[in-house]
Ligand binder design. Sequence first.
Ligand code: PLP
Length: 389
Amino acid sequence: MAIADPSKRLEAMPPYMFAELERRVADKRASGIDVISLGIGDPDEPTYPHIVAAMREAVADPANQKYPSNRGRAEFREAFAGFYEERFGVEIDPESEVIPAIGAKECIYNLCFAFLDPGGVALASDPGYPVYTGGPILAGATPELLPLVPELGFAPDLSAVPAEAAAKARLIFLNYPNNPSGAVVPEGFFELVVSFAREHEILVVHDNAYSETTYDGYVAPSFLATPGAREVGVEVFSLSKGYNMTGWRCAAILGNAAAIQTYWRLKTNVDSGLFEAVQLAGAAALRGPRGSLERINETYARRRDLVVGALREIGVEVPAPKGTIYVWAPVPEGHTSTSFAELVLEEAAVIVSPGSMYGPSGEGFFRISLTTPDDRISEAVERMRKHLS
Ligand SMILES: Cc1ncc(COP(=O)(O)O)c(C=O)c1O
C-alpha cells in the first residue's frame, strides 16, 4: 500500500465524468483549437442583481460571519416555506420541515450516509445525476438502476423493480424536470411513487433542481404537492440552476420531518452548515421578483430551438424539452454515445456529453447543454451543420 492509495470504496468509483471532459477541452485548447463546450450545465449568465445586493449587505455584517448552525437561519427557512406555498401550493413548517443544504450534491451524498448501511440498496434513475450512484457506492451500498426510457416518458417502471432490491432499498432517487433527458414528470407518476414507497418503506428523494427552468408555459410541480408525499419523502431544492447560483452552494431539503432530522444528525458530524450570508442571499432570491428568471428562460428556450432545429437538419430527430437546460438526443445510426461525441469533437470542435456518462441507459444518446452564450451556441450549431450533415 502506498500512502496516497485510495480506499477500496473510492477505487470502486468511476472517474468523475466532467473531469474527463475538462481534460479533453484543455488538451485541444492548448493545441490552439477553439473548442466550444456544450458539456457542463453551468448557467453562463450572472446571479440576479437583487441576490448579489443582498449578499453584499449580509457578508459585511459580522453577525453573519460566525459558524452557522445546520438547522439554518429563520429567514432562510421562512423564505422557503413562503416560496413553497406560493409557487407549489405546498405548506411547509419552517421549524421542522426545511433545513439548508450546501448544494443538492452535498445533500444527496449525505443522505446516502444518513440512510444506507454497507450492503444496503438505493434505487437510482438511469440515466441520472452521477451522485445517485456514486453516493451509495461510497457509503458501501449498491445502487439498483431504474432505467428511464423514451417509451415510458423517461419515468421508471416501478413494477419492474426486482422484488429483492425493492425489499432491501432504503432510498429512491428521482428528478423531474429530468437531467439528462429533459423530460417532465408524466401525469400520475408521482402518485405511483408514493404508493410504491409506502408499500416498500423506501424514502423518496426527489431532486428538484430544475423546476424553475421550464418552457412553453409548462409549470413544474413539487413532488411534495402529491398527496401522501410528505409521509414518504423529501425534496431537495437547489437554487443553482434557476437562479444562476451554481457557485454559491445554496439549497434546502424539505418534507418529511423525521428524515430531515436524520439528515441533520449526520450533518452535525460532517460539516458546519451553510454560510449565513449565503442563506440570507438565498432567502432574497426566493422572495424576490421573478422577472430575471422569466427572461433567462426565454433565453434558454431560444437556444433550445436553435439546437433542436440544427439537429433536425443533420437528421437527428429530437423533441424540444419543456424543462431543464439540456437537449437529449439519440445518436445517429451506427454510432455509440462515445463515438458520436468523439466525432463531434474531432470534426466540429464542439463538446457534447456522451449519454453513457449518465448510466448504461444513456447509451445511444448525447446531451447538449444550453448554458453557453447565444453567439457561441450559434457558432457550435453552425459547425455541426457544416461538418456533420
Ligand atoms: C439533477 C441535478 N441535481 C443536482 C445538481 C447539482 O445541484 P447543486 O449545484 O445544488 O449541487 C445538478 C447539477 O447539474 C443536477 O443536474
